[in-house]
Write a protein that binds this ligand. Structure first.
Ligand code: FES
Ligand code: FE2
Length: 332
């Protein structure tokens, strides 16, 4: 199963890393340790210590000779700088690099990586645009799911799964598809989801239902393969909820959400917690269903509005080529 080598993946937003707290990240079947040093710079090395293989992510950080924090192995306490060099006990000189760093491309707070593969697509600029216009609200739902990348992407571009996967949350009555705009590796899907009325008792039991309008107007902006942006707006403000996907290995995929907001009312910050919690519940429900699919099943039937999945399959099969955009359609 392909993991789309050469695509750019967003490893993390800087706020997801605490200063001097190592974190394990997996990409393309390899583990890395990522840490934000005392100067705010982010470094990444393979996670297996070159001495005897201990997990560096289980270690700690200390100030190195050059002033920046280095990662210390939990087994015999060798410290490695961002280039993978260490100082052996009894010597005063740094060794040559003992580990090949994971190359990072840091744009503001956004930490991208090609997983040391040859880049086959450029980093979408949309997140820089959103960061410059919106406030960063927070991150949520960072989970690793036993699913291959393709299954995860199909789920995220499946406009019919609300009634099953998200049934306890949404009570969607139908999918009113409006349009799909296909621009190769970039697309937009617009549709409305009328929601069933809920009683006051239900709302009190599940306060999240209070956030649901009568009709959810969905605008998804898709950047193949690594992100889907949900654009939403109500009287209090606008949000951009960005869902990310990363192939940790052939059968594990990581997902998480970054939330950005553009307040229109002083009451917007009150929503913050609820919006993040909403994103968490949705992501967990997606993760749950992905663990319950026989992913090698060949579909024998097709539903309406599967155009997003057609878009994923076409881009996946042809990666990294961008084939002719042929899925744009309007339906009223
Ligand atoms: S295994 Fe890391 S210092 Fe020995
Ligand atoms: Fe979902």
């Amino acid at each position: 199963m392909s993991m789309l080598e050469g695509a750019p993946w967003l490893l993390a937003h800087k706020s997801m890393l605490e200063v001097n707290k190592p974190r394990k990240i997996s990409l393309y079947g390899k583990d890395y340790v990522l840490w934000k040093d005392n100067l705010g710079e982010v470094k990444a090395l393979p996670n297996a210590c070159p001495h005897m293989g201990a997990m560096l992510s289980e270690g700690w950080c200390q100030q190195g000779k050059d002033g920046a924090s280095e990662i210390v192995c939990p087994f015999h306490a060798l410290g490695f700088d961002g280039k993978g060099c260490t100082i052996l006990p009894g010597t005063k000189k740094k060794t040559l690099p003992q580990l090949e760093p994971l190359e990072l491309i840091v744009q503001g707070d956004l930490i991208w990586s090609y997983g040391n593969c040859k880049p086959q697509a450029s980093i979408p600029n949309i997140l820089n645009e959103i960061s410059s216009q919106y406030e960063f609200v927070g991150h949520i739902a960072d989970i690793s799911i036993e699913s291959n990348l393709l299954s995860m992407l199909l789920n995220m571009h499946d406009y019919n799964h609300q009634n099953g996967t998200h049934r306890p949350l949404f009570k969607i009555e139908e999918v009113q598809f409006k349009s799909f705009q296909d621009h190769g590796h970039h697309s937009h899907a617009l549709y409305n989801l009328p929601t069933a009325p809920t009683t006051l008792a239900e709302k009190l039991r599940h306060p999240k239902l209070l956030l649901l309008p009568k009709i959810i107007e969905v605008h998804l902006e898709n950047h193949f393969p690594s992100m889907v942006i949900f654009h939403g707006e109500n009287l209090l403000g606008r949000i951009a909820q960005v869902n990310f996907f990363l192939p940790e290995s052939t059968n594990r995929t990581r997902t998480y959400v970054l939330l950005y907001g553009l307040p229109k009312s002083f009451a917007f910050p009150l929503l913050k917690h609820n919006l993040l919690d909403f994103a968490r519940v949705i992501t967990e429900q997606d993760g749950d269903i992905l663990g319950k699919i026989y992913s090698n099943t060949v579909p024998k039937m097709k539903l309406n509005n599967e155009v997003g999945m057609d878009w994923v399959r076409r881009n996946f099969e042809n990666w990294p080529e961008i084939v002719e955009s042929n899925l744009s359609k309007r339906m009223f």
